[in-house]
Design a protein around this ligand. Sequence first.
Ligand code: ADP
Ligand code: MG
Length: 598
Amino acid sequence: MVTPIHVLSDQVANKIAAGEVVDRPASVVKELMENALDAGATHIDVEIVSGGRKLISVSDNGHGMDRDNALLSLERHATSKIKDVDDIERVDTLGFRGEALAAIASVSRFSLTTRTAEALCGTEITVSGGKIQDVQERGCPPGTKMQVRNLFFNVPARRKFLRTEQTEQSHVRQVFLVYGLSYPAVDLKLTVDSRELYRLAGGATLEERLRDLYSAAFVETLRVVSYEQDGVKITGCVGLPQTHRGDRSEQYIFINGRPASAPILGAAINEAYQTLIPKGRYPLVFLFIELDPSMVDINVHPTKKEVRFRRPGLVRDILIESIRSALTTASAGSDSALPTMPVQEESRFTKPILKIENMPTTRTFQYPRMPLISEETAQVDTREPSSSSLPLPLNDEQDISSKNGPWTSCRVLGQVGGLYVILETEGGLVLMDPHAAHERILFERFMNEVLGHKVKGQGLLVPETVELGPQDALRVRKNMTLFEKMGFGISEFGGDTFIVDAIPNCLGNVSALSVLADVAHSFERGGARGGTEKWAEEKVARAACRAAVKARDKLTLEEIEQLVVDLARAEMPYTCPHGRPTLILMSFPELDKKFGRA
Ligand code: ADP
Ligand code: MG
């Protein structure tokens, strides 16, 4: 039997097509905000309830529509923005495909209220699952208000794919943030479950927006980009190499005002920062690329997220150059409000990364050989490590001699490169990265406490309030019990602000902000879910220890010696918990060989 062919009804076709444009509340917010911006709005109010499942409302003070246009706007492929395919080459609006309203109205209970400035009265249209229910005259201010209720009420398959309210909400906030960044001139407000989350004053500069959305301290870690060549103009800010992230979530790129990206741009950014930041880390960028619209094809993807350049190589080179020059030139003469920061590092000789106090420099080193681990040492030198001026070792009960430490005796000779400590051991010359070593020691101590359920939280004298970005805040909220188990005292303070009143004892005096932000960030790839509990704990411990160690910029010689002692007793002394080496050994035979004495 042959199944007859029939043409799908508009309603069914719209519903199917909706999948490409609208896949979650955030994409509805994106389309509606774009429409409001295209309508020339200077004021946009966004509101969501229950992560956008119950309600998404976007109202603007743009040019509005008359009754006929309002009805037309709901048809598929109805747009006021282009007439012909060629127009796409010149289009300067965010939308042009004429799909969004038809799609959104077909998968929700939708209402549109709109009025042009000249009209005495507005129009209200209600639609349910793509069917127009009612068209009425309605008194309303000039502009447009779109309300989307019960998204996907008639597409259960889609609804099942929605994540928790918090997750959907954080995606919506991400979209809001993106348009907040690209339209600093526009007044924007986001209300979530009747709580006002952001109110961004219009008429702002990018710097002011960044300050409103992040913080003043954050803006200080950025450098201004302003570069133009061959008709390609690049403006915005990029992060100093010190700040980087584990993924591209803080890389915002706008092409002719439209949030978009292209694979070559990511590669160009990596290249611009090559050698400046560790492999596998990503710098922060907020970049606006402007070029002749005919040089870029924005119609590659229904959501227009990815674009293609006519001359990708050119854009790539200019982008690299623009970032490089922002990072290297003193931005004297730049008219930006951003503070200028010296990027070229001062010599590490004059400005060490880690300052070691009372390090013997010219005099020879007159302190006793440090007995460390082996039986051999016990014969040569019977003093216990604790008999020196060193603080007591970590684990008194641990049988030291049973462990194979890296050496049996050692003395500290000095420091090079403002960081590395030079040690002489009976086996040869050792270079130690004290930060890596410290991280390893803290990590093992922390994990021992966690696994033995012995973590002690240390109450902070003054609880710190910590404000996190939306993604990080979500990660913290999801892992509250884990944090509690690991000695953190964290409570929610509304919005993305948390109060930290205790941090794990073993981390010492470290700012709650840096620890919490780093720990939250450690969940950015893969999240804590997939893995076992121990895996998640290790992740937290690793990030916390790194943050704690990073905060130290001074150690005394005694502390260095203690590090050596502690490291010798660690389970895995040779690498930090992130896998970097703690020690590099050059054995005497190796040295002899190098000097031709073999
Ligand atoms: P597109 O934005 O691609 O043109 P949409 O389906 O998003 O398609 O919108 C269809 C048309 O409805 C737009 O071209 C525009 O003329 C009109 N429109 C949509 N939203 C608004 C708004 N907020 N204010 C004024 N007109 C709007
Ligand atoms: Mg649109």
